[in-house]
Design a binder for this molecule. Structure first.
Ligand SMILES: CC(C)(COP(=O)([O-])OP(=O)([O-])OC[C@H]1O[C@@H](n2cnc3c(N)ncnc32)[C@H](O)[C@@H]1OP(=O)([O-])[O-])[C@@H](O)C(=O)NCCC(=O)NCCSC(=O)C[C@@](C)(O)CC(=O)[O-]
Ligand SMILES: NC(=O)C1=CN([C@@H]2O[C@H](COP(=O)(O)OP(=O)(O)OC[C@H]3O[C@@H](n4cnc5c(N)ncnc54)[C@H](OP(=O)(O)O)[C@@H]3O)[C@@H](O)[C@H]2O)C=CC1
Length: 581
């Protein structure tokens, strides 16, 4: 079996480069969005000038026997400047460099790495104890095969490989091999090459053994709010990209789609318990008081430069209280940010309400990764509505159906059918298809497709029946352009294709909001096309063409042979099975 040659990564060079990069890219503050290296120089020079002026004046007054407390306007200005610069230098310059000189906690390092648009192999910094040994040799000097065997039999913990070897790429090679040895099953189809695993560890995945390939297609151009977008979609469902592409064409030929951002706020809802329902209600009323809200918001906001508390919605169940904190999160999707902020608030609240028992930081009233009515009604992440007016000619020529057929189908399927099924936000044909393909392509959290796909699709005849008005309303689109998997090379390329890569430096949050609009626009295209295919009785035929090709059929034949005969046995020479019985 051909093994990838591990690249060598030096922990020292990582930490030096990253610190330098962070120092050069960090901003002074929200209110002073200049790189910290410039503000440091400006305030340092101002401090020196003011000091120099005051010293000269002091000498003059001494010589002329003028009382020191007689100030002219220049002296007052110099004093104020001196004080201001001093506060800045202590508050920012001092703390910033002291923090970096003494080293920061892993999580803060990670936060800053992400802020700078990079992920760091944070675990690598920690190798500072005596090097681990295997058969009397230091681990790094051992053969990969020997280390893999040690991991396979439990002699060496698998999850410490990155730290012990100080090399993410090599750790992945060794772990993959150890999984083969332990199970006796081949992983030859799982690629190792083509991914920089140092960007994964400490940010996206643990116990890494490779990466999965998902084809990425493009649909479009999608004409949305006057701008053309090429939509990257990662999917294994043949026909999906073709369908979205057709929807984009119909929208484009009808003058484009328009979108409106209705709301923006990520939520986290802890559950706390009291001795009585009365006490639970007391905290609810406390938080509903605007003065208390301001104090709580201060506690929350100090945990991030971007997360800003907007609202707390409380509900009582017996003696338990659920508090749904909602905040803006800049260009990040925001789950870590909102959780960090809520943690701080809980620390504060427990001092004011010592009888409050914190059950969990998440009480499912948030609601993350579950289909719920609260997200559907209140919204979560970005709430977007997107619409288009499709001309009758395009409906018949591009979509191969009629306006009355689409309107009737929408009513009977997306509204009545979904109501009969008891749907929560599932009043659409396949919003999740487009949401998930775009989520995977752009590094979103794929599990959040659950609530992000909540959507109501509406279709009505317009302009006296000559045109079709179509819209999608999506209250819970949870997307970000920084954080999570957005920094990985492939995902970041997809964001770049859409023109929303990374943080928006001029208007923090604008990139993530734009991404949400694009997702809604692509869903509109997908809805139009699938609904048309259903109305025209085209669905099965199109899937036979794009989703069950000849090569697929051949593979299905092969699967039959497997079903009747040999199991998915190992074919690669992976050695004997070392699985512990
Ligand atoms: C497949 C089509 C688009 C053919 O549709 P068509 O109208 O026969 O195709 P056409 O050859 O006349 O081409 C029309 C346009 O479609 C696009 N198009 C056409 N072919 C391609 C292609 N190969 N690659 C890229 N784009 C393609 C392209 O824009 C093209 O214009 P052109 O560029 O030629 O000027 C149509 O039949 C269709 O949309 N079918 C529906 C498929 C679909 O939406 N599948 C989604 C999954 S279904 C599911 O999972 C959810 C479900 C169904 O269970 C949910 C529920 O309960 O409802
Ligand atoms: N903790 C949880 O309960 C859950 C976590 N997740 C996971 O959380 C991750 C996403 O969390 P999320 O909070 O979005 O991301 P991150 O945890 O990656 O946090 C975003 C970081 O980027 C910084 N940042 C820099 N520029 C910006 C900008 N313009 N706007 C916003 N932030 C900026 C933030 O700074 P600052 O430090 O100043 O805020 C913060 O440090 C995903 O991996 C997801 O899978 C998913 C669900 C639940």
């Amino acid at each position: 079996m051909a093994w990838a040659q591990p690249q060598s990564y030096s922990p020292e060079s990582y930490s030096k480069d990253s610190r330098k990069r962070r120092r050069s890219q960090a901003l002074a503050s929200d209110g002073l969005p200049l790189p910290i290296r410039y503000t440091n120089v400006i305030f340092f020079v101002t401090f020196l000038l003011a000091t120099w002026h005051l010293l000269i004046r002091w000498k003059e007054k001494d010589l002329t026997n003028t009382p020191f407390i007689l100030f002219n306007w220049k002296d007052v200005l110099a004093l104020v400047t001196e004080l201001g610069s001093f506060v800045y230098l202590i508050g920012f310059f001092g703390i910033y460099y002291v923090e970096h000189a003494i080293g920061r906690s892993t999580s803060e390092d990670l936060d800053e790495g992400i802020a700078a648009g990079h992920q760091e192999p944070v675990l690598l910094h920690k190798v500072a104890r005596s090097p681990p040994q295997l058969d009397g040799r230091t681990l790094v000097d051992q053969e990969d095969e020997r280390i893999a065997r040690a991991v396979a039999v439990g002699e060496l913990p698998s999850h410490t490989l990155e730290t012990e070897l100080g090399d993410c790429q090599r750790a992945v090679v060794v772990r993959k091999r150890s999984a083969e040895l332990r199970t006796g099953r081949s992983l030859s189809g799982l690629p190792l090459d083509g991914m920089d695993y140092s960007t994964v560890i400490g940010a996206c995945c643990e116990m890494v053994i490779g990466h999965i390939q998902i084809p990425v297609g493009v649909a479009g151009p999608l004409l949305l709010d006057g701008v053309e977008y090429t939509i990257p979609m990662a999917t294994t469902e043949g026909c999906l990209v073709a369908s979205t592409n057709r929807g984009c064409k119909a929208i484009h030929q009808s003058g484009g789609a328009r979108s409106v951002l209705l709301g923006d706020g990520m939520t986290r809802a802890p559950v706390v318990r009291f001795q009585s329902a009365q006490r639970a209600a007391a905290l609810k009323f406390f938080l509903e008081d605007s003065e208390h809200f301001m104090t709580v918001a201060e506690e929350f906001n100090r945990t991030s430069r971007f997360a800003r508390l907007q609202d707390i919605k409380c509900t009582v169940a017996g003696r338990n209280l659920y508090m749904r904190f909602c905040c803006t999160t800049g260009d990040a999707m925001g789950m870590n940010m909102v959780s960090k902020g809520v943690n701080n608030v809980l620390d504060y609240l427990v001092k004011a309400f010592p009888d409050m028992e914190i059950i969990s930081i998440s009480g499912n009233y948030c609601s993350d990764k579950k289909p719920t009515a609260i997200n559907w009604i209140e919204g979560r992440g970005k709430s977007v509505v997107c619409e288009a007016t499709i001309s009758g000619a395009v409906v018949s020529k591009v979509l191969k159906t009629t306006i009355p057929a689409l309107v009737e189908l929408n009513m009977l399927k997306n509204l009545t059918g979904s109501a009969m099924a008891g749907a929560i936000g599932g009043f659409n044909a396949h919003a999740s298809n487009i949401v998930t393909a775009l989520f995977i392509a752009t590094g979103q959290d794929p599990a959040q497709n659950v609530e992000s796909s909540q959507c109501i699709t509406l279709m009505e005849a317009a302009n006296g029946g000559r045109d079709l008005h179509v819209s999608v309303t999506m209250p819970s689109l949870e997307v970000g352009t920084v954080g999570g998997g957005t920094h990985l090379a492939a995902q970041s390329a997809a964001l770049n294709l859409l023109g929303v890569k990374g943080a928006n430096l001029d208007r923090p949050g604008a990139n993530a909001q734009q991404l949400a609009r694009i997702v809604a626009g692509a869903v509109l295209a997908g809805e139009l096309s699938l609904m048309s295919a259903l109305a025209a009785g085209q669905l099965v035929r199109s899937h036979m063409q794009f989703n069950r090709s000849n090569s697929q059929l051949a593979m299905m034949g092969a699967t039959k042979a497997v079903d009747t005969g040999a199991k998915d046995a190992i074919t690669e020479p992976t050695g004997e099975c070392l699985k512990q019985k």
